[in-house]
Design a protein around this ligand. Structure first.
Ligand SMILES: CC(C)(COP(=O)(O)OP(=O)(O)OC[C@H]1O[C@@H](n2cnc3c(N)ncnc32)[C@H](O)[C@@H]1OP(=O)(O)O)[C@@H](O)C(=O)NCCC(=O)NCCS
Length: 201
């Protein structure tokens, strides 16, 4: 199947909102998070399920990866903006805030795509599921530009998408728990992927 095509309807602010639950805070990633993000981006278990499959070798490499989260395609008002969030474990004191993962709308063109990772020390506690639900709430709550359709090309229900390797059962489960459905398959080099989609309800 071809990759999805969908314009971005969200109007993305220059400084994104933050959101919290009892145990997590999601706030926009900043440059000083590079070390904390490197702590898990340098782990083979994280690299194995991402593309390219090489763990980050330096904080500088993590900074370069962080810069890829800034949108370079899409409507002119989204270019230069991003929707990249640090997952902060609130059980640590404010001065020792611990970033235990990150997630983002990693691109908006040709379709809005979700990406995330959690530090392996924090796996299996529902962190990714809870953080993704919080991110989706912020995303759906953003103001929207008017969709332009006509009788030949009616506007479809807005969606957000995720590509996930079929063998990545943990991540497929996170997406399913957040309401995503498989809408197709996609092969990227050696990787067999599911295309997941979630409707804006
Ligand atoms: C995928 C990832 C984000 C999950 O983080 P997490 O905080 O452990 O996720 P959660 O605890 O919210 O949910 C994981 C679910 O997957 C299930 N799961 C985990 N490993 C599994 C496996 N090998 N087979 C089947 N289910 C599995 C868990 O049981 C849980 O489901 P449950 O609540 O129904 O029991 C984390 O493993 C990670 O960062 N992986 C590497 C990066 C990555 O894969 N990113 C996504 C790319 S698409």
């Amino acid at each position: 199947m071809d990759l999805p095509q969908q314009p971005v309807y969200a109007i993305i602010p220059s400084q994104g909102p933050s959101i919290e639950s009892d145990r997590l805070l999601l706030r926009p990633v900043c440059d000083s998070d590079a070390e904390a993000l490197f702590a898990f981006r340098s782990r083979p278990e994280i690299a194995e399920m991402n593309h390219p499959k090489e763990p980050h070798k330096s904080i500088e490499e993590t900074r370069e990866w962080m810069s890829t989260k800034t949108f370079s395609e899409g409507p002119s008002d989204v270019i230069g903006r991003s929707f990249h969030y640090a997952i902060v474990d609130k059980s640590f004191s404010k001065t020792q805030q611990r970033v235990i993962g990150s997630l983002s709308i990693s691109q908006v063109a040709p379709f809005p795509e979700i990406g995330y990772a959690v530090h392996p020390d924090a796996w299996g506690k529902g962190i990714a599921t809870e953080a993704l639900q919080l991110l989706l709430k912020m995303w759906w709550d953003l103001p929207r530009r008017t969709a332009e359709g006509d009788s030949a090309h009616p506007v479809e229900v807005e969606k957000v998408f995720a590509l996930c390797e079929k063998r990545n059962r943990g991540s497929c489960r996170v997406l399913e728990k957040c309401g995503f459905k498989v809408v197709g398959d996609y092969q990227h080099e050696q990787d067999e992927l599911y295309i997941f989609a979630l409707d804006r309800s």
